[in-house]
Design a binder for this molecule. Sequence first.
Ligand SMILES: Nc1ncnc2c1ncn2[C@@H]1O[C@H](COP(=O)(O)OP(=O)(O)OP(=O)(O)O)[C@@H](O)[C@H]1O
Ligand SMILES: [Mg+2]
Length: 364
Amino acid sequence: MNEEKLYDLVKKFELELTISSIRSFGTGHINDTYLVETSPAEAPNYIIQRKNHKIFKNVAGMMENIVVSTNHIREKLLASGEKEVERKVMTYYPAKDGKMFVNDEEGNFWTLFLFIKDCRVVELIQEPEQAYNAARAFGHFQLQLSDLPGEKLIETIPNFHNGLSRLKDFQTAITADLAGRVKENQSIIDQILQRSDSMTSLQRALDDKSLPMRITHNDTKINNILFDQENNSLCVIDLDTVMPGSALYDFGDAIRTLGNTAPEDEPNLEKITFNKPIYEAFAKGYISKAKSFLTPKEIENLAFSCLYMAWEQAMRFFTDYLNGDTYYKTEYAGHNLVRTKAQLRYLEVLESNKQAMDEVILAS
Ligand SMILES: Nc1ncnc2c1ncn2[C@@H]1O[C@H](COP(=O)(O)OP(=O)(O)OP(=O)(O)O)[C@@H](O)[C@H]1O
Ligand SMILES: [Mg+2]
């Protein structure tokens, strides 16, 4: 994207600013992110970001969710006397036509928000304290949104973590057998299906309302938190997937990656073990913020939600493998099969640690 075009896009937003430069920024691999530097030097800087509308099909809905949730958090911060509100919640700006995005000639969607300065992103957790602080940040984010009714937000990616509909997609893929891969992989299919009753219990509980729908972040990776120079968490970022969901998904999905000592496509299954100190720190940090609003049934299912997320992800990788690798980017033939096996091994590892995981929750 050339700088001149970016200048023109920034000027379509409702902001008085003097641009001094625009350059590519960060390591994100979903959206394209550019830093907009302004003058004088002490004036705030901004980020202009191209949304990946192949993944996010409803960008207007996504922006509506972001506006409703960030406004809600901002009001809370102001009411509590917080002085650095714009460092604790993301600030998005409308375009001159009132929309929360602008379109370029190719039909891409661009959004503009305040750059929070003097902070850093952690890409890989090195020590349990970071897991503790990250979990507090995500727990606090959910807490701030816990009195915002789920219906106020749009399900921008329908059935994102709906175990029943994911299972249905999987069964459809088995029946269709588009890539002719069913026969040679029956044991993997069995491993997924033999757990389907217990794993879909969360969705059934959400359906019968014995578990509540809340507003959740849905991308609880460590690099979606800004930390200050002293390692304290400042602000939760990357709000593209904020929508109604279960609090358990945010917890379980974080542990799906943080609790695994190996990458999610590790071919050597022996390297896949459970990182208990990180799990313990994350659980303690999360519960320290979330215990004030979680129901007993949610707390009871926190450890289980980690198993659920591993099962769901194994099933999604394998569904894609059966469909001929059309959804996830693959780097080599059989990549999705390797991912499935690694995820199923991680699930087994979690199953054998389940009791210890429950004990950590009880003690937190
Ligand atoms: N409000 C902000 N203030 C300062 N830096 C920010 C802000 N928002 C995002 N960033 C920086 O830009 C990077 C990319 O942002 P973001 O997470 O929104 O993009 P993404 O493409 O969705 O990322 P990923 O694919 O890694 O989740 C972040 O890692 C962070 O370094
Ligand atoms: Mg991100």
